[in-house]
Each structure stands twice: as C-alpha cells, then as structure tokens.
Design a protein around this ligand. Structure first.
Ligand code: AMP
Ligand code: MG
Length: 482
C-alpha cells in the first residue's frame, strides 16, 4: 500500500493545478516492475504485483489518500514562449515519503486527457514509455540525477501516432515535477503573489538551506544555477543528448526530466542531433551546456519580479565556473585522475579530438583505456588506422600525466573501471527491446534493464549488449512523437 501526502495541491494556488481523475486504459497488463527501486524506497514488493496495483497503474482505481492533479506550467519550446502547456497526458497522484524521510512525487504518465491536453489524446505509447523507463535507469546508474520509473503497464488500447501503436502507462518518480516552466507561467501571466508562494514552497521542500540565508530567493536561484550547471556537465561526461531541452522539460531540482527523442553517443560525434524534428540543431549535443544557460536566463526573467536584476546576474555568473569545474573533475575521473590541473583540459580535448577524427566509439574507447596497461594500449595501433601517430603521441602524454600523479597501472585500471561503463543505452538496443515488446516479448527489456543497472560490471552473458551499433542501428532517427 502507499501512503500519500499531497503538499503540492494542498500548499500551492489553483493557478498551478486542476483536479483530474485518470481515464482507465483498456485491457491493461503489467509489463515490468522496477524491483531495485521498490526495494530502495522501502515499498512493499508483494503489493506491486497485486491486482490492486495494476488497477492503480492503469487508471482503473485511485487509492485512498491520492488526490490526482494535472500540473499547470508554460515553457519556452525551441526558443518560443508557449503559455498553454501543462500535464496533458500525466497526473501527479500525490507524494510518498520513503524510509529515509525523502519525499517523492508519483506521476502517472499516459493516464488520459486533462484540461491541458490541447489536441492530444492524453496517452503515451509503449515505445516511448519503454524508452523513458530505460533512460531513467541508465542515467541513474551512471550517477546522473534523473527521474525514474517504478512500473510499466501495457495495454491493447490502440493509439494513433505515425502508425497505430498501443497505449501504456509509466509510474514515474521524481524528487520534484516542478519545472522552470511553472515559474515562467506564473510570472508571465502576472500571478506575482503565486510566484512567491511557489518559490517559498520550492525553497522549503527542495532547498531548505536557502530559507535561513539573508536573501532566500537569491540563494535559491543561485542553487538552481549550480544544479543545472552540474547536470549539464554530467550529460556531457556520459555522452547523453536530451533532444528536447525546452524550459518545460527542465526540473527545478536539476534532475533529467521528460525523455523524448534522446540519445547516447555511439561514435564520438559532438554535432549529434538526436531529435528528428530539430531541423536547426538547436539542441545538438555540443550545444547542451549553452542551452542550459539560455534556460536559466529564461528562469531569471521569470524571477525578476521577486529578485533584483543585479542579483540575478550575479547568480547566473556562477554557471560557467560550476559547470567547467564539475566537467573537468568528471572527465579527469574517467581518465583515472584524482587531481585536476589546468593542463588536463588539453589532455581531455586531445582525446576527444582523436575519437572524433577516428570516428571511434565514445564508450568503448574509454573502456579500452580502462582495461589495458600502457604496453598493450601503445601496441594496439591498428584500431586507430590513419590516426595511429596521433594516438601514440596522445597516449604518451597521458602516461606522463599518470606518472606525475604517481598513479600505478593497477590503480589507474581499478579507478577507471568504476567510471567508464561497458553498457550504455544505445538507440539500437532500445529499438530491439521495443520491437520485441511490441510482439509481447518482455525478456529482452528485463535483460537490458539489468545490464544498465550495473553498467560498470562486465558480465559475459551480456556481451552482445556491449557491442557498437550494427550498420542499421547507426543513424536511427528518433521521432518526437510519443
Ligand atoms: P512533451 O514533448 O512530452 O514534453 O510534451 C509537451 C507538452 O505536450 C506537454 O504539455 C505534454 O503534456 C503535452 N502532450 C504531449 N503529448 C501529448 C498527448 N498525447 N496528449 C496530450 N498532451 C500531450
Ligand atoms: Mg515535457
């Protein structure tokens, strides 16, 4: 059973929500439970396998204590302001508090129309629900803050996208579903008292340390700037491309939110545009750090009625140093280095340039460095083709740098193997799992989930999941429709 609390609806003004019951999904069946997460949160495992749980997950029943609402927000989509957003196909069922006294939102995605559905059907298809489920686990286990899912339900309800598909629901958990777009909506519609109420709520719930600062709102915004900066650094560190970095998809707590046509780098291509509809490459992978800053500027505009502009500017100035420090530290860790020195940027950049020119696989190249001594690395010139000379000279530099830190081979390899995954969520792997699931076979999904939940541990039975994409899986274009 679940014990709900509903601080969002009980504390915040009506401008930010509408009560809405889920619309039952026809002929539902349970596809997957996230047993790891159920256990971590201290939830009752047996309940999740019950008929009552399925009824809740498919929107046939609302548990007592749950007070479902659709959240209202706006957002900048591809640079343009849209005031008409909100939960159009998901509901906040309420909040639960885990054993560690941490509060989590439970959000049922795909639960039917709401007052904010506009022309949409309020549904999510199985394909996109699987993609979201996998992405949350993949990022979480790579140490990147993200929403995750507790359960995935499929159905026989037909849902029209580019082709006919079937409806699904995903029970998503997050420390918060409050987006930059919540603040933007209140500010741009002139709800300034409500804006203060929202800021007070977010400070109390997510940034309690800011409450005792001299200027709590300024401290809060600075903290959001820093968390967003570290999130962008994390995405670049692991090679994750979000694909739809609109401000309505940016969490106020700096967690990855709303997975659409995302991608993980296969070969190292900084210009990767993973969203088929992103014709101008606004959200190309290498631009993510600057988009994070653009989004924070949009948030700063929204907060201008309650924070003086000079203070907003001062907070924004924290972005770049925070991001680069976190990125430098993360990339050095991938090279096994505990210290960061100014010159290491050139070393990291040299490695990435080599990968780019050689069209080498991002993940497997790091793993290659992590599993071989320098003797072997230096002898393995064939893998670099025409770039062999560049590779050897880079390896020599890297070896020098390790010596300067007094890093033994054994220590380097050990450190690197806990930082460089062998299993990442490649699009072609997700595609294979989706195709099987659409035929009613869910074993490949469980298998991939399990590999992604231990991404650093090589397991011989998952050897196929560590393979780079075959020709058909190299340039999969992922549609925005979900
Ligand atoms: P997304 O691209 O999923 O972040 O969605 C952008 C906006 O469109 C949000 O307000 C969603 O709730 C809404 N939306 C997306 N798909 C649907 C749908 N099938 N039905 C209703 N609203 C939707
Ligand atoms: Mg969204």
């Amino acid at each position: 059973m679940l014990h709900f609390d509903n601080s969002y609806v009980n504390t915040l003004p009506h401008a930010l929500w509408r009560r809405q019951a889920p619309t039952p999904l026809r002929q539902p069946h349970l596809i997957s439970l996230n047993h790891k997460l159920i256990k971590t949160l201290g939830l009752t495992a047996s309940w999740w396998a019950s008929q009552e749980a399925l009824d809740v997950l498919a929107g046939h029943q609302t548990l007592s204590g749950s007070d479902p609402v659709a959240m209202k927000y706006g957002g900048h989509q591809f640079g343009g302001w849209n005031p008409d957003l909100g939960d159009g196909r998901g509901l906040l069922l309420g909040e639960i508090i885990d054993n560690a006294k941490q509060r989590w939102d439970l959000h049922l995605k795909g639960s039917g129309p709401t007052p904010f559905s506009r022309m949409g059907d309020g549904r999510a298809v199985l394909r996109s629900s699987i993609r979201e489920y996998l992405a949350g686990e993949a990022l979480h286990h790579l140490g990147v803050p993200t929403t995750r899912a507790l359960a995935l339900v499929g159905s026989r309800e037909p849902v029209r996208r580019e082709r006919m598909e079937t409806g699904a629901t995903l029970l998503r958990i997050a420390d918060s579903h409050i987006r930059f777009g919540h603040f933007e909506w209140l500010s741009h519609s002139g709800h300034i008292n409500e804006l203060k109420q929202l800021a007070d709520y977010v400070i109390q719930r997510h940034y309690p340390d800011c409450a005792t600062e001299k200027e709590p709102y300024v401290a809060f915004f600075t903290a959001v700037v820093k968390r967003t900066a570290t999130l962008m650094a994390d995405w670049q560190r692991v090679g994750f491309a979000h694909g739809v970095m609109n401000t309505d998809n940016f969490s106020i707590t700096g967690a990855t939110l709303d997975f659409g046509p995302y991608g993980f780098l296969d070969r190292y291509d900084p210009y990767l545009i993973c969203n088929h509809s992103d014709h101008n490459g606004r959200y190309a992978w290498y631009l993510q750090p600057s988009v994070g800053f653009w989004n924070l500027n949009a948030l700063a505009h929204a907060l201008a009625p309650i924070i003086p502009v000079p203070a907003l500017k001062q907070s924004l100035a924290e972005y770049e140093p925070t991001l680069t420090a976190h990125y430098d530290q993360g990339m050095n860790a991938r090279l096994g280095l505990a210290q960061t020195q100014e010159i290491d940027r050139a070393l990291v950049q040299g490695w990435l340039s080599l990968l780019q020119v050689a069209k080498a696989d991002f993940t497997l190249s790091f793993r290659w460095l992590s599993t071989n001594t320098f003797d072997v690395l230096l002898a393995d010139t064939r893998r670099w083709g025409e770039q062999a000379d560049t590779a050897i000279s880079w390896l020599a530099q890297y070896q020098q740098r390790c010596l300067a830190e007094g890093l033994s081979e054994a220590e380097r390899l050990q450190r690197m193997q806990s930082q460089n995954p062998i299993y990442v969520l490649r699009n072609y792997l997700a595609e294979q799992v989706i195709q099987a699931a659409e035929q009613g076979q869910y074993e490949p999904l469980e298998r991939l989930l399990s590999a992604l939940q231990s991404p650093f541990t090589e397991q011989s039975e998952y050897a196929d999941l560590a393979e780079p994409p075959p020709a058909w899986g190299q340039c999969l274009s992922i549609s925005c429709s979900s």
